[in-house]
Design a protein around this ligand. Structure first.
Ligand code: FAD
Length: 565
């Protein structure tokens, strides 16, 4: 058990928690500095995960205010937006990752390459597992005063059979496996023993999911097959190679502006990437994909595509760890993510102890309740029964104004309701009754309960928590938060979280599309350079920026590296 001693955390003689496991606690040497000793007495802040949310938090946290421990199975931060480029060798895998220990060191924290398994909220203990020196999985507890869950998500299986024949694209190791599989297929296709039919199947690449990841992967793959394959594999004929994108909705990139999604479709049509919309995957077999598609008469027909490679990229769902926590907390009703309040505190956990950010979390939406209560107030002001009141567009506008003043975070909600209200009541002279309005609110709720699962949101939430924790530390100088009776310190110390959507971009094969502030634009090479510059500027460090620049230059001079190891 002593082998688990990591950094300055060591297993104390104490055992505890519901499983009576050993407890890992901060360990200070006899001859340690005064500063280190002081740090040990600070509130214990434990951060789970080293993705976008957690790293943004760590980067914004003032060093020395908390005794920080970061626990994650990955000791690197991955710049996911560029991951599709690494699957075909446009970029090298190591150019997209940054060692996380440097970020942890800045806040004088400890890092454990381990996995959180469960949390005992009443005793403030996280059950952690790690592979010990003897190669076996060992379990222990890590205590916390404040805990941040930034454990991300997993690919959504949608209950489809045969996913073991597919690749997913979430982590750097997935990109390596994909790169090897694509090259392996090309090599096998060139063997004299491979029949024509087998060759066509091996070179049939299918992407299930027409969201940004699926589309960007298909675009990168197409570029590689078109630009580098003829050079390395002259024997393979272009008409034997096919790329298919299966999308269950009527358009690919359906969260983008409609014109942009059409641009992407026309770009793919021009590049002979086969986009199959309204197509739902039924089953995946080792050598083919079965899917249903609606024909022109609306009849559902089952079709199949032979395939040599399949990427499953159909949205995200909760990790087992998040599911385990949701199951034991009151008020967690969302199947897709852990619910938090607008201060990002985990619903159902003791107030101010546990926060959740990024893909694993969703902000609980009670804006509709506020709207309804403002409407009730309006009815009472007029001496009317709210349930029987008819609400005109002018009434709605005055309520919207009041809600917005009180809850700035509701503006997105209000904008959507306004749009729906005016569609419902086109000449703006009619009225809606309470029931109809509730119906509209429900429609909006189902759209707004989850903010997008993007790096942008995770980053903003991490940044928000980092700044808030700094404020909280200042509000309680020298005091241990776990011993302090501070009431709702979050509410007092900092404003609620408000997501600002800065825009979306996507690479669509020697072209890029931008959806910024509701204004969409797209284009060829210039847009691609702009797309690259945006990500280059966002690069994690000077090191990764240099590596990215070197990869792009290498590819321009020598083409992609099509070797598998
Ligand atoms: P993640 O970044 O997924 O990090 C989760 C962390 O938790 C990881 O370090 C993981 O190892 C760790 N972890 C998991 N389980 C445990 C556990 N039990 N205990 C401890 N640690 C755990 N978003 C955009 O905004 N723009 C894009 O262009 C874009 N492109 C993308 C392309 C691809 C290929 C992918 C996969 C995603 C893309 N995204 C993009 C989405 C974006 O990457 C995610 O929304 C973002 O990574 C979420 O950040 P996060 O911090 O919540 O989780």
């Amino acid at each position: 058990v002593q082998d688990l001693k990591v950094s300055e955390l060591a297993l104390s003689p104490r055992r505890g928690g519901p499983k009576n496991l050993p407890i890992a606690e901060a360990f200070v040497d006899e001859d340690d500095s005064e500063e280190n000793r002081a740090l040990r007495d600070k509130p214990r802040l434990v951060v789970l995960g080293t993705g976008w949310g957690s790293v943004a938090l760590l980067k914004h946290l003032n060093p020395g205010d908390y005794n920080v421990t970061v626990i994650s199975p990955s000791n690197h931060f991955l710049f996911t937006p560029m991951l599709p480029s690494a699957t075909v060798g446009t970029l090298e895998l190591r150019s997209l990752v940054e060692p996380v220990r440097a970020v942890v060191r800045r806040v004088r924290g400890h890092f454990l390459k381990a996995m959180a398994e469960d949390v005992c909220f009443s005793e403030k203990l996280i059950e952690v597992s790690a592979i010990g020196a003897n190669g076996e999985k060992q379990h222990f507890y890590v205590p916390y005063d404040k805990l941040v869950l930034g454990v991300g998500s997993v690919t959504n299986p949608h209950g489809v059979k045969g996913l073991e024949y597919c690749h997913t694209l979430k982590d750097i190791s997935d990109a390596r496996l994909i790169r090897n599989a694509v090259i392996r297929n090309c090599e096998t296709a060139c063997l004299p023993t491979t029949t024509d039919e087998e060759r066509r199947r091996l070179l049939s690449f299918v992407v299930c999911g027409g969201g940004p990841t699926g589309v960007e992967f298909a675009a990168e793959l197409y570029d590689m097959l078109n630009e580098d394959l003829p050079k390395y594999y002259p024997k393979l004929l272009r008409n034997e190679i096919s790329v298919h994108v299966l999308q269950s909705r009527s358009h690919i990139l359906n969260t983008y502006d409609e014109a942009l999604s059409q641009y992407a479709e026309s770009r793919f049509a021009h590049d002979s990437v086969d986009v199959l919309t309204n197509s739902r995957v039924k089953e995946i077999q080792q050598d083919k994909i079965l899917f249903t598609q609606k024909d022109d008469q609306g009849k559902v027909v089952t079709k199949e595509i032979p395939m040599g490679f399949c990427l499953w990229s159909t949205g995200v769902s909760q990790t087992d760890f998040s599911k385990r926590l949701a199951a034991k907390l009151d008020g967690q009703n969302n199947k897709h993510a852990l619910e938090t309040d607008t201060h990002l505190r985990l619903v159902g956990a003791p107030l101010g102890d546990v926060y959740a950010i990024g893909d694993c979390a969703t902000v609980q939406n009670n804006v509709s309740d506020h709207i309804v209560s403002f409407l009730r107030t309006l009815a009472w002001e007029r001496g009317k029964d709210p349930e029987k009141m008819h609400i005109s567009y002018a009434d709605w506008r005055s309520v919207a104004k009041r809600v917005k003043q009180r809850f700035p975070q509701a503006s997105d909600h209000l904008r959507r309701l306004d749009k729906l209200f005016s569609q419902y009541d086109k000449d703006k002279s009619g009225t809606l009754d309470f029931g109809e309005l509730r119906e509209l609110l429900m429609q909006i709720d189902s759209k707004l309960t989850s903010l997008p699962a993007t790096a942008q949101r995770a980053h903003q939430q991490g940044q928000y928590l980092g700044r808030k924790f700094n404020k909280i530390a200042q509000a309680a100088p020298g005091m241990q938060l776990n011993q302090m009776d501070y009431g709702d310190l979050d509410e007092v110390a900092y404003k609620p979280f408000n997501y600002k959507h800065l825009g979306s971009l996507a690479y669509v094969g020697n072209a890029a599309i931008f959806d910024i502030g509701g204004v969409g634009f797209s284009g060829g090479l210039l847009a691609v350079y702009l797309w690259r510059s945006v990500y280059f500027a966002q690069g994690v460090s000077f090191r990764t920026r240099c590596l990215l620049a070197m990869d792009w230059s290498k590819r321009a001079l020598f083409g992609r590296d099509l070797m598998n190891f």
